[in-house]
Design a protein around this ligand. Structure first.
Ligand SMILES: *Cc1c(COP(=O)(O)O)cnc(C)c1O
Length: 372
């Protein structure tokens, strides 16, 4: 056995997902003693100055990366994006209040279904009839002027459809589930009321969720809300209402530092992400239907590339052969089937090139009738 501890595969997992290698190395180096403190990040109190520094750095790095305006607050909470599906209607709408949902895939549908338990959501648009492969045109949206907010999912992780830019909703507060494309490209934060993202897709480990909220919306959190579920509470306690997810915040801060210092910020990262995605979509488009992309071409995600092969047998074989080359976790979500290559920020270009080569090579063997 010559396997070494440092050997890594190309991990195309949708989440928790690959993290940047320099970040993993820093975590390893600092895990025993954080910045010479003699304590691990896993051991320090969330009220100690050493952690308060990390919390401050995480906030200021995200603020710098995204250009977050002064009238917004950055919150770090637990419960994943799923808890946001409840917290958002509870805080921003309340019982009997109207809100609007643009549903472009599994996650948007889940958010809408949760809102139905708490408020009165209207379905502004639903991509169900195209099997969630398309996005609405501006004229397709039905939006009530008295809606409390409009919710959309910038990138549908399971279907692989991504808004090229945010839908325009006039003066209504725009709320975005950015879980699977957060920090993959610049966002004009000022156009949003609230942006949220669980970290484990593109920004860190499982266990922490970033919420960026415009300050005026904090006033909507009613006093009768359970305390943990109130945005106002998290904001006034600077994300330290209860024990914060300390390790997760630390890793998000390291990922933000990596983006700032090594990847050219979010515009640099976006260029790299466009180049990476193009490698795979080019093979799909030149395969004469052998690889069938799920998303309509103008709605394609730069983060999750979804496609099918002509049969389940071919798909199985494609996946097995991929794994034999250390191209891992490519199986599509059970609800969509096929293949899903999640190529988040931290997936090296070389990994995407290796997958492209496998796709090309597999296709040429099939054309040469060598696959049986
Ligand atoms: C993964 C994901 C979620 C769910 O996140 P949890 O942290 O598991 O609750 C919600 N929305 C999108 C777009 C996702 O990719």
């Amino acid at each position: 056995m010559t396997t070494t501890m440092t050997e890594r595969v190309y991990n195309f997992s949708p989440g928790p997902a690959v993290l940047p290698e320099p970040v993993l190395r820093t975590i390893r180096d600092e895990l025993f003693s954080l910045r010479g403190s003699g304590m691990s990040i896993l051991e320090v109190s969330h009220r100690e100055p050493i952690f308060l520094d990390i919390l401050g750095e995480a906030t200021s790095r995200l603020t710098e990366l995204l250009g977050i305006p002064k009238d917004y607050r950055v919150l770090f909470v637990q419960g994943g994006s799923r808890l946001q599906f409840s917290m958002i209607p509870m805080n921003l709408a309340g019982p009997r209040a109207k809100c609007s949902y643009i549903v472009t895939g599994t996650w948007g549908k889940a958010a809408y279904d949760e809102a139905r338990k708490l408020s009165v959501p209207e379905l502004s648009w639903d991509g169900k009839s195209s099997n969630y492969s398309t996005l609405p045109q501006p004229r397709d949206l039905s939006l009530s002027a008295d809606s409390s907010f409009v919710h959309f999912t910038s990138n549908e992780t399971i279907q692989g459809v991504q808004f090229p830019e945010e839908p325009s909703v006039g003066s209504l507060p725009l709320v975005c589930d950015a879980s699977s494309d957060f920090l993959s490209r610049p966002i004009p934060v000022a156009k949003y009321g609230l942006i949220y993202a669980c970290a484990q897709k593109n920004a860190g480990p499982a266990g922490v969720t970033v919420v960026i909220i415009r300050e005026d919306l904090l006033k909507r959190s009613g006093p009768s809300l359970p305390s943990y579920l109130s945005f106002q509470n998290h904001a006034s306690e600077n994300s330290l209402f209860n024990t914060a997810p300390t390790f997760g915040i630390y890793v998000v801060s390291l990922v933000a530092e990596w983006l700032l210092n090594e990847m050219g910020g979010l515009s640099g990262m976006q260029v790299t992400n466009q180049r990476k995605a193009r490698l795979l979509y080019e093979v799909i488009d030149s395969s004469e239907g052998f690889y069938q992309g799920h998303a309509a071409p103008e709605c394609r995600s730069l983060m999750n590339v979804t496609f099918r092969l002509p049969s389940d047998e071919l798909q199985q074989r494609f996946l097995q052969e991929a794994e034999a080359q250390d191209l891992m976790c490519l199986k599509g979500h059970r609800s969509v089937g096929g293949i899903r290559a999640s190529i988040y920020n931290a997936m090296p270009e070389q990994g995407v090139e290796r997958l492209r080569d496998h796709m090309r090579e597999f296709l040429s063997r099939w054309r040469g009738k060598a696959l049986g």
